[in-house]
Design a protein around this ligand. Structure first.
Ligand SMILES: NC(=O)c1ccc[n+]([C@@H]2O[C@H](COP(=O)([O-])OP(=O)(O)OC[C@H]3O[C@@H](n4cnc5c(N)ncnc54)[C@H](OP(=O)(O)O)[C@@H]3O)[C@@H](O)[C@H]2O)c1
Length: 184
């Protein structure tokens, strides 16, 4: 069982614009050319910050058109927030502001032998890393730069803590890199 950060990023290390647009990502072409189907099969629990959660809710019309459902995940999902947020009928969504270690223990129990996916944003992933809980980074680097925006992973992780394990071209516009995180 691993705790993974799987995400798309621009070449200059942003996962969204400052105002949370992902238009740069959707402009890059066919999202079905992806490692996502195999990745999500292995996921047993998810964590995300409230901005990412609200982005999904704000785009529910597109999700319903594509998948027939307003919520894309069948696995239990922990949403980190200090606020009271809307929920999605029928979805297993658990709001929390508890400490990362205790939430991770709950997630591990729910995930069983499967992996934990920290969806983002980058600062929340950084909090999992600070607690020594992040095992793997899987990033699809798209052929775009934004100059500024929401950061991929705002932490300083120096050698020898990241081990490159895989490099894979995906379609015309992405390269996927996988790193094992060597925790202290
Ligand atoms: N490119 C991609 O594939 C990809 C992947 C994932 C996300 N995204 C996008 O990237 C952007 C990420 O936004 P973001 O960086 O602002 O981050 P975020 O992690 O989605 O949301 C940050 C918010 O989560 C809450 N939070 C974070 N840590 C917490 C903790 N320990 N306890 C309680 N609450 C906590 C806080 O909000 P409260 O005010 O609610 O407390 C915080 O302001 C979004 O636009 C998302 O759609 C892109």
């Amino acid at each position: 069982m691993k705790t993974q950060f799987y995400t798309a990023t621009t070449l200059d290390g942003f996962i969204a614009t400052e105002d949370d647009s992902l238009d740069w990502l959707f402009a890059l072409g066919d999202p079905t050319e992806s490692t996502y189907p195999e990745f999500i099969e292995g996921v047993g629990a998810l964590a995300m910050g409230s901005v990412t959660y609200e982005w999904v809710l704000d785009h529910s019309a597109e999700l319903i058109a594509q998948t027939g459902s307003a919520w894309p995940y069948t696995q239990p999902t922990w949403v980190f927030t200090h606020r009271k947020l809307r929920t999605v009928p029928g979805a297993d969504i658990r709001f929390t502001s508890a400490d990362i270690l205790s939430v991770h223990a709950e997630m591990r129990a729910a995930a069983g032998a499967r992996n934990i996916w920290v969806v983002g944003g980058g600062e929340l992933v950084g909090q999992f890393h600070d607690a020594g809980l992040l095992d793997e980074l899987i990033v699809q680097i798209g052929s775009a730069t934004l100059g500024r925006g929401k950061p991929l992973f705002p932490r300083r992780v120096l050698p020898p803590r990241l081990k490159l394990t895989s490099v894979q071209r995906i379609g015309a516009e992405f390269v996927e890199l996988r790193y094992t995180v060597v925790n202290e």
